[in-house]
Design a protein around this ligand. Structure first.
Ligand SMILES: CC(=O)SCCNC(=O)CCNC(=O)[C@H](O)C(C)(C)COP(=O)(O)OP(=O)(O)OC[C@H]1O[C@@H](n2cnc3c(N)ncnc32)[C@H](O)[C@@H]1OP(=O)(O)O
Ligand SMILES: O=C([O-])CC(=O)C(=O)O
Length: 371
């Protein structure tokens, strides 16, 4: 047996959802740069779930179905009000709330394809309502009901802030959602596929995936990028701070990627948004500091910025609490998780690799009083 640590380079499944070839990301064969410039998040959801772009009536139907499913069951809201939201991380709250949602879905354990598609719409819709309800309840505010005439990105911001967002804010969130939607067999997507390959239900798969995304080596990095920028505080202090971290063998959040060697194609879109938004809000230092760090790490470690790096200063510029950055990632990536779950069910086989045993052998049981 040869062990491939971290399963690096291992091809674990076939998929026709997204691909990363020669450092270029595509959803169903469409280049991410093309999609980032032209597509809306709802079009991406449709694309990932149906493997084709929607026509106008298909898109309208999907948007209508999502808007109809956005409101949360009262027990989920009651649950969010039942614990100390000041100490609970929103990703932990989201993980638990999605699991609770399953308890109120009569179709939770129905495995037919159409029922799974209906659940996909419900989960996609409700995840944005959970995040915004959490954020409001912890500030002592009541959750805001979604508006059926707003798109997904606008509805999220509306439910979060309680007022209709500006066009530039909606554009930024919509583009961020497009860019984060799917990424081949990343850790959280793999987690979702492993879970449902036992023929467990969609809610279990999504709950497991949220748990995997939460970690700082994956989606949790974006919140840590902002923590790092805030700790640095001033552009002139960035390099000394980074040098100190590298000397202590600490990782620089938002840098490096398991798959990309030359660079993450999504980073440039977020970098551009970061420049625009930080300038607009009079906070250019976050962008300037990020550029300095990116260039320094590229030069000294050969590592590129990943999707989490510039998304931090984008979300910060929109006035979003830092611990909501990873939940926003989840709100987008759930579309990919759902696509992968449906694909896994379509052609399922239990995922069960092997481990090479390296512990002691031939041990004999010793009664407890003799140990
Ligand atoms: C959406 C996403 O999930 S994108 C990734 C988000 N995560 C982060 O931004 C966290 C920071 N980055 C990392 O930890 C890594 O680059 C990962 C986990 C993303 C990918 O890691 P892997 O390909 O498994 O590389 P691994 O962690 O084994 O590191 C290989 C070497 O590069 C170094 N390295 C990798 N990333 C970084 C980093 N961000 N900062 C400093 N050094 C790094 C490691 O210290 C290690 O060095 P060594 O060989 O001298 O011990
Ligand atoms: O693919 C990965 O390893 C990490 C990930 O989810 C992404 O970059 O979007």
């Amino acid at each position: 047996m040869t062990v491939t640590r971290g399963l690096e380079g291992v091809i674990a499944t076939e998929s026709s959802i997204s691909s990363i070839i020669d450092d270029q990301l595509r959803y169903v064969g469409y280049d991410i740069d093309d999609l980032a410039e032209n597509a809306t998040f709802e079009e991406i959801i449709y694309l990932l779930w149906n493997k084709k772009l929607p026509n106008q009536s298909e898109l309208d139907e999907l948007k209508g179905a999502i808007a109809k499913e956005m409101a949360l069951p009262q027990p989920v809201i009651d649950h969010l009000k039942s614990y100390d939201l000041k100490t609970v991380h929103p990703m932990a709250a989201l993980r638990t709330a999605v699991s609770i949602l399953g308890l109120f879905d009569e179709e939770a354990d129905i495995m037919e394809q159409e029922a799974n598609q209906r659940k996909a719409i419900r989960i996609q819709a409700k995840i944005s309502a959970i995040i915004s309800a959490f954020a409001r309840i912890r500030k002592g505010l009541e959750p805001v009901q979604p508006k059926s005439d707003l798109n997904y990105a606008a509805n999220f911001l509306y439910m979060l802030k309680g007022e209709e967002p500006k066009a530039i804010e909606v554009e930024a969130i919509d583009k961020a959602l497009v860019l984060h939607a799917d990424h081949e067999l990343n850790a959280s997507t793999f987690t979702a596929r492993v879970c449902v390959a036992t023929l467990s239900d969609v809610y279990s798969g999504i709950t497991a995936a949220i748990g995997a995304l939460k970690g700082p080596l994956h989606g949790g990095a974006n919140e840590r990028v902002m923590k790092m920028l805030s700790e640095i505080g001033d552009e002139d202090k960035a390099i000394d701070y980074i040098d100190e971290k590298l000397k202590n063998k600490e990782k620089i959040m938002g840098m490096g990627h398991r798959v990309y060697e030359t660079g993450d194609p999504r980073a440039k879109h977020l970098k551009k948004m970061s420049k625009e938004l930080t300038n607009l809000t009079g906070n250019a230092k976050w962008y300037n500091m990020s550029v300095k760090i990116e260039e320094y790490i590229k030069e000294h470690k050969g590592l590129p910025a990943n999707v989490d790096f510039y998304s931090a200063s984008v979300y910060h510029s929109l006035g979003i609490d830092h611990d909501l950055f990873t939940p926003i990632f989840a709100m987008s990536r759930v579309s990919g998780w759902l696509a992968h779950i449906l694909e896994q069910y379509d052609n399922n086989r239990l995922i069960r690799p092997r481990a090479e045993y390296v512990g002691p052998m031939n041990q004999k049981y010793v009664p407890i009083e003799q140990r």
